[in-house]
Design a binder for this molecule. Sequence first.
Ligand SMILES: *[C@@H]1O[C@H](CO)[C@@H](O)[C@H](O)[C@H]1NC(C)=O
Ligand SMILES: *[C@@H]1O[C@H](CO)[C@@H](O)[C@H](O)[C@H]1NC(C)=O
Ligand SMILES: *[C@@H]1O[C@H](CO)[C@@H](O)[C@H](O)[C@H]1NC(C)=O
Ligand SMILES: *[C@@H]1O[C@H](CO)[C@@H](O)[C@H](O)[C@H]1NC(C)=O
Length: 495
Amino acid sequence: MGPSQLRNLWISSLLALGSGSGSGTVAVDVNLGWYPPRNTSINDLATALRGSGVYGFIFNSSESPDGQYGTYNWCNMPHVRKQEYVRADKEFELRYVEVIQRHHKRTPYASNAFPVESYHWDCDDQGLYYYGAPFGNDGRHPASGFWKGFRSSVNPFVLSGWIGTCQFPQITAPGLDDSFVHGQDIYGVYHELLDFLPSRHDDWRNKVVYRVTQNVITSQVAGMLVSGTWGTTDSIPLLVGAAGVDSLEPQYSCAAGSTLFSQIKSPADSAWQAHLDGAAEVYRALDDISGVPPTDSGFHASFDHYFDNLSARQCHAKPRPCKLATGTPCVDQTLADTVYRLGQWEYSHIYRDASKSFAASVASYGVWIAELAVHLRAVIAGEETPLYFHNVAHDGSVSRVLSILQIDIMVWPGMGSEVVFELYKRTHPSTRQLKPSPSGYYARVLFGGRVLRSSNPSLSVMDMLPAETLLAYFDGLVGRDAGFVVGKCNGTIKI
Ligand SMILES: *[C@@H]1O[C@H](CO)[C@@H](O)[C@H](O)[C@H]1NC(C)=O
Ligand SMILES: *[C@@H]1O[C@H](CO)[C@@H](O)[C@H](O)[C@H]1NC(C)=O
Ligand SMILES: *[C@@H]1O[C@H](CO)[C@@H](O)[C@H](O)[C@H]1NC(C)=O
Ligand SMILES: *[C@@H]1O[C@H](CO)[C@@H](O)[C@H](O)[C@H]1NC(C)=O
């Protein structure tokens, strides 16, 4: 990239503070360019193909050994907890927190099952409750009906794949436990440690918002998360966007974004093709054991399906698969680890290393980013706002957020992965030199409970970034109130 191109990436964004008209505007220089992630073993293809182990990551238990909390754990990613949480300096007062997390651990998706699954996976240790309750005051209340999966002995239309009473997917009983603990930890930090959220005994209901996607597994998590946080089993609203346009999953259609993601995962992308070519032997071994035909495009477009199948088993201490007909060979840990390394490489490539990844994420997740910006701006303007907003979403959602923030080391966001946006007012300025914020508001962003480091020089270490810088970055990419997103998705705004 030449210097003149670089200069063009710097825009001087006119950022209106507050949401009312007549509020002051301030010019903020912000760099909207894409910067590749750091070179590590994760995005090194040779290591992904021929390394050993998985970088010390955990894949076989929700428990991270004490002292190792913060280590990547696919089964239950680290999040903010009292034990490790680093408090902001006394000069800052916390004013708003927004969390986006991936759901907790679950059974695999049906699409990730091998053609013939020998393994029964039953979920009779929990109930998935579905009922509607009229809010009218006529004394008619529903019974708490729950789904009990069953297999008919006469229905000839037998599904291929997983056998058992679970839904594929559903959050498993231990995944529900992880969701509960996640909620407890949020309360531990933001009430017990910081006294920012109200106590469970005070009026917290109109100070917090929970949001889920159209996929019911996010609601399964939310129920346990809320209960863990607030110690209640009462009804609680969960905001949900409409099918087909929801911005959290995301579900809105974004042709230009989809095209870019498809190009990244195509032979035209030489690094992508090299990884598939390099992994031919890995595929042969897995196909032989699983019975997945080598022509199955779902399993061979990426390692996503094999990864999900194997990791879901290992997170639930279930056996790794063996060849059905002969009982051998089996997927050994070495082969499973190779799948896990390749999965990490793929996520780094799709969301960070490929130069198209940034524009693809900005277009396909721009609406949610704009919604976040609206929330932050309302707090800065002094409007009545919730203190806390919690989004329960998916790996594709968290990945796009990390892509837009240009995290310096990208990983596949595991179960329960969490990004926290904390907005502070600098109420008691010390003599410490900080970049000036005309509003006095600063943002800190945490991933896995730790400060997120961005490859983009305007964001860099996201620890007390002037709110104006973060908002100018968001506005510059997606437009105020998502003003650029439709155009970026339909191709009228070049991305
Ligand atoms: C990573 O390595 C590649 C190839 O050597 C190089 O082109 C690139 O600049 C490096 N990226 C970073 C962020 O250092
Ligand atoms: C999980 O994996 C690690 C290393 O891969 C191993 O040391 C440990 O014994 C395993 N734990 C369980 C419960 O299987
Ligand atoms: C997962 O592994 C098990 C064990 O072989 C197998 O039965 C199942 O079909 C596999 N599913 C996937 C998606 O790999
Ligand atoms: C694309 O979106 C813009 C709004 O940004 C709209 O004005 C334009 O008509 C759309 N074009 C097409 C071809 O849909």
